[in-house]
Design a protein around this ligand. Sequence first.
Ligand SMILES: [Zn+2]
Length: 327
Amino acid sequence: MAEIFRLSFNKTAVQAAIVFGVLTVMSEPPHAVAQEGMSPQARQVIGKLSAAERKQFFDLSRRERRAFISQRMSEGGSNRPSSENNQTIDDGLNPKSPRAVQKSAGLFNTGVKAIYPAGAKCLEAKSFFGDQTRHDGSSRTPHFYQGYHEGLDISAEEGTPLVALADGEVVHRYTGGRLVGNQIYLRHTPDDTGLPVYIYSKYKHFRDLPDLKIGARVKMGQVIGYSGKTGTTGGHFGQAGYPHLHLSIYVAPNGEYKTLKIKIAAENLRYFDPIALYLMGARKTYDNPAVRALSDGDKRVHIPYKSASGKVMPKGTRLIWPFLCAD
Ligand SMILES: [Zn+2]
C-alpha cells in the first residue's frame, strides 16, 4: 500500500499511475532515522503530525520520508488529506492534486452495498473500497493512497482457504514488502467471465506464497492458497499484524499486460470496486463512475458464492466470493 505514497509526490509517477492504474510498492527496507540531519522545514512538517502519524512516518523508508516531506512542504504544510466528501469529482480540487488524480483513476466510494446470502454464512468484508477506515474503524493513514482503501479487506483467520473468484490464469506472483506480503494476480478473460472486459484480481497477505506457476489456469472456486497476515505486521496494522485478504480488482479493455516487480501494468487499467464486480453482468457497469451513478436500489449487491459442500449460488454464476461460504 505504499504505492500511492510515492505517487503523491512525483508527477511522472502520477501520470504513469493513470495509465497503468496499478501502483508500485516500495520494497526498500525501513531505516531507523532520527530527526537530526533534517532541515528545519522537515522538522516543522513532522511537528504537525499526530503521534500516530509520526510513528507511521518513522516506519517509512528514507526515500518515502523524503517524498512525504517534500509533498507536505509543497502543500504549505497541511498535514491531512482534505476532508472532502468523496462523492463528486468536480469538487474544486486542483486536478493535479494527488487526491484528484486518484479520483480520476477511480478510487472513491461507489456506494455499493454487499448483501450476503441468507442461505449460507460467508466471511464478510470489514473495510470497503474507497473507505478511509480500516477493519476496526480506525482511520487509514494519509501516507498511503491519501488514506483511501484501494481494495476490500475480508478478515479471515490464518489458514482459511482462499478461492479463485472466477476462472482465470495466474499472471503475477510476488513475495515481500511491507503491506504486501505474499501476493498473486489472476487475469480473467471475457471467455472466463462472460463479461466484455478483462478483469485482474489481486490477492494479498497469503500465509504462504501460493504454489501456482505463472500461466497456470485456475477454475472458479479452486483453492489457490490460505489466508495470512504477511506484509501486515509492524506499522500499519500493529506488531501482531492482521490476518485478512486484501482483494483489489482492476478492469482493462484488453488482455495485454506487462509484468513489473510487484504488480502488473496495462494500458487503461482502472480500479474497480470489488463489491461492484458482482454487479457487472447484471448492470453492465464496468467502471466506478458508472457504479456510483446507479440508484441506491441497484447498488444492493447480492454476493454470489460457492459453498463448502460445492454448491454454486446463484446457479450459473461465473463470479463468486473469494472465500467458500458455510452451508
Ligand atoms: Zn486492504
